[in-house]
Write a protein that binds this ligand. Structure first.
Ligand code: G3P
Ligand code: MG
Length: 251
């Protein structure tokens, strides 16, 4: 393949860690993102039955563990008993679902920046944001760049603003709402960024965001050519499962 100018490291965010190389939303995936040169990781946080924040994408444990059932039905000890790595590859067998606290310790150790996506189970939008924002507000290491909070759930962002107004927020969308709806949300929630599905991003969206002083990040981009195009258009960063591919420009 033709060689391309390499993209700046700051353009790359490890999606659920480096989830193309290690099981998503686990400590090995986050460590791998750091090893591959990503300065920042994104991960998804929801609550156990009793309200402990842990890393997990789906409402159920089925896809990413050897267990079955809704995550909200598990106490922490039961979630910790699950294997969250063998489904990905035998080498990751016995990898455990990490708590947010364990993850913050690894972020501190590796120096990684973080985008904490608040991913509540149904009907727990406010509670999840309250716990996550409070834990981050109280236990984030002093002197470390604050975590960027994002969510598809506007109720969660509203609660994050109430509990931890100083932590920066990003609005997450798969499709953009109508302009007047979006402007109302921006006025209320005061985000620093929009995190959009990469397919809805074009020059119009980018200039629209720039006019409002918002950063724009695109998920999920695993194709180096697409990443280079988005970089040229002025997108701030891409979430990728393969930080190495995007940074090397190898197709
Ligand atoms: O936060 C960006 C991206 O992770 C949103 O989609 O489904 O991968 O959490 P999803
Ligand atoms: Mg996510």
């Amino acid at each position: 393949p033709a060689s391309r100018a390499s993209l700046p490291a700051g353009f790359v965010i490890g999606h659920r860690g480096a989830s193309g190389h290690a099981p998503e939303n686990t400590l090995p995936a986050i460590r791998r993102a750091a090893e591959l040169g990503a300065p920042m990781v994104e991960f998804d946080v929801k609550l156990t039955r009793s309200g402990v924040p842990v890393l997990l994408h789906d409402d159920r444990v089925d896809r990413t563990t050897d267990g079955r059932g809704p995550a909200a039905g598990f106490e922490l000890a039961a979630l910790k008993a699950l294997d969250a790595g063998a489904w990905f590859a035998p080498a990751f067998a016995r990898t455990r679902i990490p708590t947010l606290a364990e993850t913050v310790a690894l972020l501190s150790e590796t120096g990684l920046d973080a985008n904490v996506e608040i991913k509540p189970c149904p009907h727990r939008e406010t509670e999840t944001a309250a716990v996550v924002a409070e834990e981050l507000r109280r236990f984030w290491p002093a002197g470390k760049r604050p975590p960027l909070l994002s969510s598809f759930e506007m109720a969660s962002l509203r609660e994050a603003l109430r509990v931890a107004p100083d932590l920066p927020r990003a609005l997450l969308f798969e499709g953009l709402p109508a302009p007047h709806t979006l402007d109302a949300l921006i006025g209320e929630l005061r985000p620093v960024a929009l995190h959009l599905w990469e397919r809805v991003i074009d020059e119009g969206v980018i200039s629209w965001a720039r006019l409002r002083g918002l950063e724009l990040r695109a998920w999920t981009v695993n194709d180096p050519a697409r990443a280079a195009h988005l970089h040229a258009l002025g997108v701030t960063a891409v979430f990728t499962d393969f930080p190495d591919r995007i940074l090397s420009g190898a197709g």
